[in-house]
Design a protein around this ligand. Structure first.
Ligand SMILES: Cc1ncc(COP(=O)(O)O)c(C=O)c1O
Length: 484
């Protein structure tokens, strides 16, 4: 199969892509899923690999019985697929799985790197970061310096390289590492990683990359960019239920102590002492791993390697350009983040519709148009508030007021449409049409919704219950109704 045919076949094989839901007008139809930055849908053929493995399920770390031998081989295969996918030569790099996403990896690396080099007490973090790649560093390191972005107000985004250079000059060898996103989960702005690596390495600091929003959208080569550590979540790349992955230079891992202790990572244990193994990745993978999740993730990465991430990126750029142009043309829409013509972006589009709170936009797009987008601050509060600053000032709202009341939180956010491999131009045309429709009947929509919680909205006459959408008990009942 050619790689372009494989891509088409994969695009048509996502579980739940066409799940049908009701809309306010009484119709029922397939959803349009534009919430991939939060979590992607499951790639069908990769799910099947994980499912088939269950026939042979056993734990790893033995090859004496058949199933354990198969499991150990498949788990090791998943590690190799990760290294290959991120362009990390196994001679120099090692990967380990951690927790249920990237958050576990950041906490682990922040703790280990701070402990390993206490004399370097400064950590740099960009202002675009997701809280997962900010708070662990604040917690573990002496001082976090936040690196500003380029541009201002709605166009704020992309690392300000001049300011980064100045901070490197000032803090030099006090810098332990920089933690920066490969692509923002708010604006999709892509970071020039090779350039950042060069700056960091000149002062002996490490580069730790959050690839959560890059991994499914753009090619990455750790070898070429000379990245020291890269972290991502498997659920952001079509393998929900899979673990987070950390890929790091072996030289770096050999210099740190394992952050987690338990079974599988020691050579021997006595009452008086224990000896952690020198073998990687075992030393970093204490406990029984998420074997099924890792194998499913390995299968996704294998298939996408066959397609080639250059092709995935090329297709996504066409969609981003189309959506940016169409949404920019709507008078009542504000788009956030750098213009893709100025700074390359991944397929994440944040916006507000004039006169609509972000929660109302997300609810009405769902209820009337069956399009699923997210809203709020996306766990990147400082960045979102910076992007909204001008509009909030105009509404007499302090962007940074702590513990704001509900009415203010309802204004302090945006809606986010984010793309996946399964997103088509027709999906984006539907989004554009939906936004035009809502903007054109603002008063009617406003009268039909009431605010709920800190930033949500609920339709006054149309609210399908959660249990009508999916109920685990109903699924179990099908099994329980069968004869034994
Ligand atoms: C850029 C970025 N980093 C980190 C994370 C955290 O990932 P997880 O919740 O899977 O640990 C996310 C999740 O939204 C993200 O978008």
């Amino acid at each position: 199969m050619s790689n372009s045919d494989l891509l088409t076949s994969l695009q048509n094989n996502f579980i739940g892509r066409d799940t049908e839901y009701p809309t306010v007008d009484g119709r029922r139809g397939p959803r349009i899923y534009l919430d991939s930055a939060a979590s992607t849908l499951m790639m069908g053929p990769a799910y099947n690999v994980g499912h088939e493995f269950l026939v042979h399920y056993a734990s790893t770390h033995s090859d004496l019985h058949y199933a354990a031998r198969g499991a150990s081989h498949a788990f090791e295969w998943a590690h190799q697929r990760v290294l290959e996918f991120v362009g990390a030569n196994p001679e120099n790099y090692c990967t380990f799985f951690a927790g249920s996403g990237a958050t576990a990896g950041f906490n682990r690396m922040a703790a280990s790197l701070s402990r390993a080099r206490p004399e370097r007490s400064v950590v740099l973090v960009s202002e675009m970061e997701h809280h997962s790649n900010d708070l662990p560093h604040r917690h573990h390191s002496g001082q976090v310096i936040h690196i500003p972005c380029a541009g201002e107000f709605e166009r704020y985004g992309g690392l300000d390289m001049d300011k980064l250079r100045a901070i490197c000059d000032e803090h030099g060898e006090n810098i332990n590492y920089i933690a920066v996103t490969g692509a923002s989960n708010v604006s999709g702005a892509i970071t020039p990683l090779a350039e950042v690596a060069e700056l960091m390495h000149a002062v002996g600091a490490y580069l730790l990359v959050d690839a959560s929003q890059m991994i499914a959208h753009a090619p990455v080569s750790m070898d070429d960019a000379d990245i020291d550590v890269l972290v991502f979540s498997g659920h952001k790349i079509y393998a929900p239920g899979s673990p987070g992955a950390v890929i790091a230079k072996k030289s770096l891992l050999n210099a740190i102590k394992p952050a987690e202790l338990g079974g599988g990572m020691v050579d021997d244990v006595y009452i008086a002492e224990y000896m952690p193994t020198a073998t990687l990745p075992d030393r970093e993978e204490a406990g029984t791993p998420n074997i099924v999740g890792a194998i499913t993730l390995g299968a996704v990465l294998d298939l996408l390697t066959r397609v080639g991430m250059d092709m995935v990126r090329e297709k996504e750029i066409d969609l981003i350009d189309f959506a940016w142009k169409e949404l920019s043309a709507i008078e009542d829409v504000t788009l956030y983040g750098p213009d893709p013509a100025d700074i390359p972006r991944t397929g994440t589009l944040t916006f507000n519709i004039k006169g609509f709170d972000h929660g109302l936009t997300a609810a009405a797009i769902n209820d009337y148009h069956n399009i699923q987008v997210r809203n709020g601050c996306f766990c990147a509060h400082p960045y979102v508030r910076e992007l909204l600053k001008r509009e909030l000032w105009e509404m007499d709202i302090d962007p940074d007021a702590p513990n704001a009341e509900g009415d203010i939180e309802r204004k302090r956010g945006m809606a986010r449409a984010s793309l996946g491999l399964y997103t088509t131009r027709a999906d984006l045309e539907a989004l554009v049409a939906a936004i035009r429709d809502l903007a054109g009947r603002r008063e009617e929509i406003l009268s039909l919704y009431e605010p709920i919680g800190s930033n949500g909205y609920r339709h006054k006459n149309f609210t399908p219950a959660a249990v009508d959408i999916f109920d685990p008990e109903r699924s179990l009942e099908q099994f329980l109704a069968q004869p034994a």
